[in-house]
Design a protein around this ligand. Sequence first.
Ligand code: NDP
Ligand code: PMR
Length: 400
Amino acid sequence: MALQAAYSLLPPPTVSIQKEGRFSACVSLKDTTLTGFSFSNHRKVDKISTVLTTKGRTKPRFYTSVRAETVTATPVETSPEQKKTLRKGIAVITGASSGLGLATAKALADTKKWHVIMACRNFLKAEKAAKSVGMSKEDYTVMHLDLSSLESVKQFVDNFRRTEQPLDVLVCNAAVYQPTAKEPSFTAEGFELSVGTNHLGHFLLSRLLLDDLKKSDYPSKRMIIVGSITGNTNTLAGNVPPKANLGDLRGLAAGINGQNSSMIDGGEFDGAKAYKDSKVCNMLTMQELHRRYHEETGVTFSSLYPGCIATTGLFREHIPLFRLLFPPFQKYITKGYVSEEEAGKRLAQVVSDPSLGKSGVYWSWNNSSASFENQLSKEASDAEKAKKLWEVSEKLVGLA
Ligand code: NDP
Ligand code: PMR
């Protein structure tokens, strides 16, 4: 097979492909509307605020509130008059300048019920991307965030707080994938780049913004960390070498800085494995957040596999032959392919659909695009490992 030819150009696999594990559990056909709230068309501008741009300038922003006809979620304590008014939800999406993040921002913005904060490392790219998909100015704000710098994460949180907006949903979506890198590269604080960006950057961001989410008076507050099938070894895709494996986290505990090791399990650097390991960290972190904070805060914590979005920028560092063959391979052979637009609608469901409001769930979709609660692999659902990962990560990002 042609993809295998491209695949054979990668470092030799250490393990052979095994049979597919349990594919799905508890398939439930759900309503796929983006939100269960029903709104009239009447909108009014109710607040003018300022938003800090990357260059430290402030610019005026208008926030709109929307009159709700029916609200089906838990009511917030407000006066009878206020009860009729549901403001726009405010969602921060990291890495919204392309692929899944952009498609999700667009899907939410199009409902006119959400204002999206596009938290991106490249301000101009994000602005252009928003314009290119036809998002209206009043539906989004671009704010600078580079997840490969913990200082930038802290700065983003400060800047966001200065805007005095509430935070209703945080989507940890950004990621880097370096399948062809021979040597590791590192974040500003010296962590291997994939784990440093995809996991540690998001770990700090989610911990800091949890306080803001707690304060939100929105009917449903959510934190979503994007996972993937390739981190789950109970699937065929998760058994394509190199397989995710965090081991006993000795490399992470030693700082994952290239001095002892650049890999979480303490092994030799492998860019594809580092990405898959980072996805396992994302899925473990979501479950640990759920265990520690769901009851206390009422925040819904979720992860998901949106489908194989084979056309996104995630594969920008892969060899050209792979980039050519991967989309048709996923479309016609595995049938796991999903368009950016469809994947964006799926993630937007996890953001706002009342039927996806259960906490601690890893969502997937079947071939008819119906969502279901999927089963994570043994490692990606290991509560002991999740606790250890939490404690080690806290130290690395300076929270403990
Ligand atoms: P893209 O490359 O299109 O999007 C990744 C986004 O992350 C980009 O906006 C990129 O910014 C941003 N980003 C990368 N590094 C940083 C950083 N240091 N700071 C801030 N932002 C950063 O890939 P996808 O849309 O495919 O990936 C989105 C998510 O979906 C990831 O979590 C990925 O793991 C997940 N996923 C993807 C699948 C797929 O098949 N594509 C399947 C399963 C999960 P910039 O535009 O500046 O490069
Ligand atoms: Mg995979 C049902 C089978 C299936 C699915 C859904 C995916 C998704 N992949 C499947 C099967 C296979 N892939 C098989 C049989 C092969 C060997 C030919 C294969 C190969 C392959 C490669 C080389 N696949 C890949 C790569 C990548 O570089 C991608 C990757 O692992 O990125 C980390 C990838 C992916 N396959 C997927 C998905 C969703 C990816 C992107 C990974 C992600 O975002 O997590």
